[in-house]
Write a protein that binds this ligand. Structure first.
Ligand SMILES: [Zn+2]
Length: 784
């Protein structure tokens, strides 16, 4: 029986209603969702910390929303202005444009290589379903839009003009320039350390007014004369928006995560003050103002980069949607930005790291409200109103992430303490990274990246559960006679598999609910639980025993029917893992004999049990390859050594693996001396099983070893090399029921590959005895 799922569009639905509906498995189709991805700064390559915090979660969300039938527009791009870029350019002796051109190219390629859906620009289902654009803030159209917004906010009286004091360097020839804080160095007024920056000291962490810095010099031009001069700037009147933003924050209480609520409250509680929107710098968007006094000043980078979410949607409409025939033409962006005639808001989701929260819950909403205010011709004395029909909408949620740490230390571009995304993707499968970062996502607290954990999670979770399950189904299926409809169609008995369908429908509802609440880690765990369920039912059904048998027993029917259901479960896995593992899901899709692009398959089709069981006649190839920790550590070490040799002055810390995080260290230090505690999860990863010794022979090339053949409950015997020659004669061992480690990595021992290890007790002198089982139990049984 097929569960019927209804697709309904609910206009103006509350968040609570939305979650209630989602948990009932009713997926809404056709909603406009704007996915706003934090703009990476084009001053260096992206590192894994950025990916886990800002770039992977929105892609998972976008893929999920599309599968649910929603209309998704995803926007972001390179943030290309500001002083860190000019500092890099001056240090390298090139111009800032060269810096941003280089990193825009590197970062946009790395994001696409990671499988983030920045291509194509138009949704393959049609332009009305949206698309994506990864733009850049040096785009002339972005500049134009920012200047237009600057003018309208200014005309509405939402700016105030103030005089500030700023360092100025003058050369002997009479030329000179104002110096941004990063361009000034001196002695810290707090700790007396030399090399403190204009407004903050890296050594003691103090922040201060730049006028308090002692012995200030220009970083780039230490010979220049340096003095403090008055300079005029415009400030945005954030204070006018205090009440509206408090109202907005209280409406979002039940939706925002705890960290978002807390940081926003902190800002609002302090009371909002006006914030500078212009500065003395030439690398940026020029002010749309006449007069010599504004020469050499530009729009402050914070003020323009955040408008990229808006400009990018407009540029997408003009350059892509219009040509693709969107009925709204160059106004297509309004479907994703403006409150509809009926009063429904498009759903705006902003993805960013926790350091950026107030920008997206306070500052950007204040600008949006200001733009709406100005568009109605209102002035600073008029009261600020919440968005109504035709106006720009505010965010629906800001699912900000905590930090991903690198073996305990925070990722940071400036400290060169990172694993870079582009070089990671040259060496490893993108889906391995997507899996690891998703299952380890820093959703509610900081998490840690280290190589041993990475290898462990890929080998013992992704491959052992997911990869092995689908490969077993496909290889077992390939051994059955292939009829006209593939080998599985005729052996499926829908009555016998009914409980499995119910189980998967429950898991499907859980995944859907978790994703709609931005709980990516939890959602992926549910996906993996389906793979584990598959392994369990297949192990219990032992279909390999019936592949060639002619009997017509009920056992055989049940067993092979379970194998056939394995195909359905694999298809379920392909669809539900697609947001997380797009490359592997596409491979699996093809291996199952399914056609078309899996990213266009409807989310609910994962539990459509009426689909015909297609088959691919090619020999099944495993989806994944196991990782070898030793080899990885070796190659990472040589890379790190190479880096260190190249730029030893920069103190490069590339992860060498094996280091413990602070938390792990604390936990370990609580163990009594001489004992190393194992956490429970680690222990549970050891797969102990029951086997029966069938045959024992001398190892051909090793005097002390036996080659033992074990019935491990599967269709084939398992080979184990055991150092038991001193303690047992072969005939004493044969027939014993023993305990063995089933998931030990196979290793070659002088020409014979050993696939596990038998447990034995060792008294440390001459006594070694095998661990055996009390009474009768099936081979392959789990030991817990
Ligand atoms: Zn200091």
């Amino acid at each position: 029986m097929q569960k019927t799922l209804t697709s309904i569009v609910f206009k103006g639905e509350t968040q609570e209603g939305y979650h209630a509906r989602i948990s009932l498995g009713i997926v809404m189709a056709g909603e406009h969702v704007l996915i706003c991805v934090a703009w990476p700064y084009a001053n260096g390559p992206l590192h894994l910390g950025h990916v886990a915090g800002c770039y992977l979660p929105p892609d998972i969300q976008a893929r999920f929303e599309r599968a649910c039938g929603n209309r998704v527009l995803m926007v972001s791009g390179s943030d290309e202005h500001g002083t860190p870029i000019t500092v890099t350019a001056e240090q390298k002796g090139i111009n800032p444009q060269q810096v941003v051109d280089e990193y825009h190219a590197i970062n946009s390629k790395a994001l696409i290589d990671l499988g983030c859906s920045w291509e194509p620009n138009i949704d393959p289902r049609g332009v009305e379903f949206g698309g994506s654009l990864f733009n850049r803030t040096s785009d002339p159209m972005h500049k134009q839009i920012v200047q237009d917004n600057f003018t309208s906010l200014m005309e509405a009286g939402l700016f105030e003009r103030k005089t500030m004091q700023q360092y100025y360097e003058s050369n002997s020839d009479g030329s000179g320039r104002f110096l941004p804080d990063r361009y000034v160095e001196g002695i810290c007024p707090s700790c007396n350390e030399d090399g403190a920056r204009g407004d903050q000291c890296d050594s003691c962490g103090a922040t201060y007014e730049s006028t308090e810095l002692r012995n200030p010099v220009s970083k780039m031009n230490p010979e220049a004369k340096i003095e403090i001069k008055d300079t005029d700037h415009f400030f945005y009147r954030l204070d006018l928006f205090q009440k509206s933003l408090e109202k907005h924050a209280s409406e979002r209480q039940s939706v925002w995560k705890a960290n978002v609520r807390a940081m926003t409250k902190q800002w609002l509680d302090m009371g909002l003050r006006s914030r500078a929107v212009t500065r003395d710098l030439s690398w940026g968007i020029p002010l749309p103002l006449e007069g010599n006094e504004w020469k050499g000043k530009c729009v402050y980078v914070w003020f323009e980069a955040v408008q990229g979410y808006y400009s990018c949607a407009k540029i997408w409409a003009l350059r892509h949607a219009q040509d693709a025939g969107h009925p709204g033409g160059q106004d297509a962006w309004k479907d994703w930005w403006c409150v509809s005639k009926e009063g429904a808001s498009p759903r705006h989701l902003y993805f960013l790291g926790k350091d950026n929260i107030p920008f997206h819950t306070v500052i950007w909403p204040a600008l949006i409200l200001g733009l709406n205010h100005a568009s109605k011709g209102k002035k600073d004395s008029d009261s600020i109103e919440m968005p109504t029909s035709g106006e720009l909408a505010l965010e629906a949620n800001v699912p900000a992430m905590e930090y991903l740490m690198l073996s305990g230390g925070q990722f940071s571009k400036s400290r060169k303490h990172a694993v870079w995304l582009p070089s990671f993707l040259e060496r490893y499968n993108a889906d391995y990274l997507r899996y690891y970062l998703s299952i380890n996502m820093p959703e509610n607290h900081d998490t840690d990246f280290n190589w041993p954990d990475f290898v462990e999670k890929i080998n013992s979770e992704l491959i052992a559960a997911y990869g092995n399950f689908v490969h077993r189904v496909l290889t077992l299926g390939a051994r059955l006679p292939s009829g006209n409809n593939g080998p599985l169609t005729d052996i499926e008995d829908v009555q016998l598999t009914a409980p499995h369908r119910i189980k998967l429908e429950e898991i499907h509802a859980s995944i859907t609910d978790s994703l709609s609440r931005h709980r990516y880690k939890e959602a992926l765990r549910y996906v993996m639980s389906a793979a584990q369920y598959g392994n369990q039912i297949l192990q219990a059904a032992t279909p390999w025993k019936y592949l060639k048998s002619d009997d017509d027993s009920d056992e055989k029917k049940l067993s092979l029917s379970t194998l056939a259901f394995g195909w359905r479960l694999s298809r379920f896995l392909a669809i539900t893992s697609q947001p997380f593992l797009p490359f592997s899901a596409a491979k699996l899709w093809k291996a199952l004999g399914q056609t078309g692009d899996i990213s266009l398959v409807s989310w609910n089709d994962a539990i459509n049990w009426e689909i015909g069981m297609t088959w691919n006649d090619e020999t099944p190839i495993p989806l994944f390859e196991r990782l070898d920790l030793e080899a990885i550590l070796e190659s990472e070490k040589s890379l790190a050594d190479g880096d260190t040799a190249k730029k030893d002055e920069e103190s490069v810390h590339v992860v060498k693996g094996g280091k413990k995080s602070k938390k792990e260290m604390n936990e370990m230090s609580e163990a009594p001396e001489g004992i190393t505690y194992l956490d429970f999860e680690t222990f549970m990863q050891v797969d102990l099983r029951v086997g029966k010794i069938m045959n024992v022979e001398n190892h051909p090339n090793a005097d002390r070893l036996y080659v033992v053949k074990l019935d491990d409950g599967s269709e084939e015997e398992r080979t184990i090399c055991a150092g038991l020659k001193q303690y047992y004669k072969p005939e004493e061992m044969v027939g014993k029921t023993v305990v063995f480690v089933a998931n030990l990595k196979p290793r070659p021992l002088r020409g014979v590959t050993s696939e596990g290890m038998m447990l034995a007790a060792d008294d440390g002198k001459d006594g070694v005895r095998l661990v055996t089982i009390d009474g009768d139990i099936a081979t392959g049984s789990q030991v817990r």
